[in-house]
Design a protein around this ligand. Structure first.
Ligand SMILES: [Zn+2]
Length: 159
């Protein structure tokens, strides 16, 4: 992964490595090393994740953070551009509850916690919470649920 020091702390409980490491990238031989400008975005993303962690008082697991263009093409996804900019992370907080539980808890707190966009995502049998520092152009898109069935406003149960 280039010369970037992955052990660099971006926030108290989040390292650069946690936000850029990708098993998918490794398996495909993709170098997911972020440029310096992206690292600054990741710092803001890590600060948001830290606020989420502190609020829920549980460890936050980042399943996907920064994605270079090649990695993003490999994984696809409708909300992927924020990942390419280093502004988004997909998270699980198993010590708190299901992704639905986590999204429900965060939904009333997006402004307080500086979450630009909160999405409960479900594809196939997988569920995760997507958070971004970028506020979407349309306010209605700030807190949404995206599944194979489409997009719904707010946080909705995913079957
Ligand atoms: Zn995402």
């Amino acid at each position: 992964m280039g010369t970037v020091d992955l052990t660099t702390k971006l926030a108290a409980n989040f390292s650069l490595g946690e936000l850029v490491s990708s098993a998918k990238a490794d398996s495909l031989g993709i170098d997911n090393t972020p440029p310096a400008a992206i690292v600054e975005q990741l710092r803001a993303t890590a600060a948001m994740l830290q606020r989420i962690r502190d609020r829920l008082d549980r460890a936050v697991i980042v399943t996907s953070g920064y994605r270079c263009q090649a990695l993003n093409r490999a994984v696809g996804g409708v909300t992927s551009s924020d990942h390419v900019q280093g502004q988004a992370a997909d998270i699980l907080v198993p010590g708190y509850g299901t992704p639905y539980d986590v999204a429900k808890a965060l939904a009333p707190l997006v402004s307080m916690l500086g979450i630009g966009q909160l999405i409960l995502e479900g594809v196939g049998g997988k569920r995760w919470v997507h958070v971004s520092t970028r506020v979407p152009d349309r306010p209605a898109n700030r807190v949404i649920t995206i599944t194979d069935a489409g997009t719904q406003l707010g946080i909705q149960p995913v079957r």
